[in-house]
Design a binder for this molecule. Sequence first.
Ligand SMILES: [Zn+2]
Length: 475
Amino acid sequence: MITQDRILTFPLIIVFVFTSLISFAQDSFAIKNVSVIAMIKEEVLRDQTVVVEKGIIKKISPSAKTKLSNGVKVIDGTGKFLMPGLFDMHAHFFYEQGAHINTNETELKLMLANGITTARIMAGHPSYLQAKANVKDEKWIGPELNVASPQLVGKWPFSTEFKNYEMVTSEANANEAVETFKRQGYDAIKITFMVNMPVYNAIVAAAARAKIKVVGHVGPLVMLPAALEAKQQIEHMDMFIETLLPDTSYNHGQSVSDFNIYSKAAWETVPHLMESKIPALAKRVKDAGIYVTPTNYFFISNAGLPLTDEEIKNKPDYNYIPSNLKQEKWRYRDSYIKKMAPLASREKYVHIRKQMVNELWKSGVPLMAGSDSPEFFIVAGFALHDELRTMVDAGLTPFAALQTATVNPATFLGMNNRTGTIAVGKEADLILLDKNPLDDINNTRSIAGVSSGNSWLIKSDIQKLLEETKNILGK
Ligand SMILES: [Zn+2]
């Protein structure tokens, strides 16, 4: 089956790469009469002209005062909004699933077509380091990649066919894994689950020596206080909800963080969760000085208030899921739905996840937008816009939501000197929107152009990319 798929897609991929490089490469261009949302402060600069040369922003000035040199390609930005390209801080590839078919290049194109100019890949694999290099060398078009290591785990109960994990059960294992992944070029050390406390401490110490960040899940063998102490960058708000249990703890201190969405006993704690404890939780997280990626859309739309069959099929994402994976995904979803907790508990869980995001934001914790695509029916690119909308549903202003996908992740990744805001000297990671995202966060979807590296994609290029990637992935 794999071989057959590869034979079929191979000629298509060649044709698309070839046409892509020819039609998109632009040495320099200027976007005229555009409203700039630079993401430095909450303001819109009207009637600006932004000049880009060889992928770098050379000039931002009022259009009336700007003279353009001959031969510069001019893009009319009248009535449109220019903002920094988006970051998806939690992404995976379909390669990890089903029959392990490598469609990395196509998924990166799909991210770019959705305005994502930087993506962090959260469970490393050698092919992802190669993908990162291919984008950097302009062999592929796609977002710049930041690739976390293969996930460090204490146990691996899944298929062992695809090696994007490393078992670490001793301090020696931990040291070796951290050093090896640093040497191989991974950008962070990813922890997933069942890592015990001595091993966790060894990972944190080894990472500090190797000067590499520790990111990822917080498991029940570690719990939140130790993760905050270690200043780990936390995904999914793991173990946050546990701190809302009454002091006389239920269920050994566990609630519905992370994989516990599958645990009946964990859901039984939900009626006892104390919303009044959220401000104190937010303060502890703020004091630790860490960044948090809530991935709230993922948890809400799949576990809290799962979308209906109709809603799933009507999302654009659905057309991009390989058919061999669709069956598996429906099976997982149906088995979850059959056993899921009562509606009142799930509504409370959703409310609490939103309240936690709200309080973290109000307390000044830097949040980062992550889609966790392609899990369940969530697909690269589209799902990041859903996550931004979910940030606003939690009470963030549209500007604050946009920060979670621009300046905050750029700062966390140490890239803010070259991307994350629109300023002279920065890379031209830009998206052009038909409508103002500060009026309505859903307007991040009104993409009229995307610039990344030397590529400038106009609307017809984006349409073409969306069609091409659908034909490859969705068949
Ligand atoms: Zn993930």
